[in-house]
Design a protein around this ligand. Structure first.
Ligand code: ATP
Ligand code: MG
Length: 202
């Protein structure tokens, strides 16, 4: 069978601690809107802007959760390049790895509105801009304020009010996670005993 040529690839990076339906709705809608062959949910090895503030779940556990999240979702894949590289995760480096992997592809760096505002603080942001087209995900009808020194593509997608931070709190105090996290992710969390879940049900 002839191999499909991968021409348009989105990079959607995150800590994914854990991955939730907000991430998936975004990835699927951006893929559709920009006609991307693939969206890579890239799991940060060491999210350097977060890891000072709190303990982050082990990278390989978060990767397993993202793999569960994208299983059977067409056009979405889990990315492990940042974990394999080790050290702090910089998107500029990740794009270089991706352009080796997909040599004929145009790359798109996809960020949510909160992450877009922080773009000027990214390591070697000029390299990110040189290597990829920036994409920001807008709530329908609402255009977020963006750092004006960059050129952005805007894609509208429903912004579900769910965050990994809230989900971790829900695990801790036993509130329901139904419909916020997909079933395969929940099963993987239970299997690995993450977020205190194993302790609670055993
Ligand atoms: P945390 O609460 O720990 O910050 P998070 O839910 O924001 O986690 P991240 O892993 O930090 O998830 O985010 C990865 C990417 O997903 C970022 O670009 C962020 O803007 C985007 N994102 C986060 N939450 C949502 C959501 N509910 N809908 C759409 N995109 C989201
Ligand atoms: Mg966040």
């Amino acid at each position: 069978m002839p191999q499909t040529v991968i021409r348009r690839v989105g990079l959607f990076g995150g800590t994914f601690d854990p991955p939730h339906v907000g991430h998936l709705v975004t990835a699927v809608n951006v893929r559709h809107a920009l006609n991307l062959d693939l969206v890579v949910l890239m799991v940060a090895h060491d999210p350097w802007q977060k890891s000072f503030e709190r303990g982050v779940t082990r990278a390989l556990d978060r990767l397993a959760l993202v793999e569960a999240a994208v299983s059977n979702v067409e056009g979405l894949v889990a990315g492990r390049d940042e974990i394999d590289r080790g050290g702090p995760s910089f998107t500029a480096d990740t794009l270089e790895t991706m352009s080796l992997k997909y040599p004929d592809a145009q790359l798109f760096t996809i960020v949510g509105d909160d992450a877009a505002a922080g773009l000027p603080t990214w390591e070697r942001v000029e390299s990110v801009v040189a290597q990829s087209q920036l994409v920001v995900v807008d709530r329908p009808g609402v255009s977020v304020q963006l750092p004006t020194q960059f050129e952005w593509l805007r894609v509208e997608s429903p912004r579900l009010e769910v965050s990994s931070t809230d989900l971790r709190a829900r695990f801790t105090d036993g509130r329901p996670l139904d419909y916020l996290v997909t079933a395969p992710v929940l099963a993987e969390i239970e299997k690995r005993g993450l977020y205190g879940v194993g302790g609670r049900i055993s």
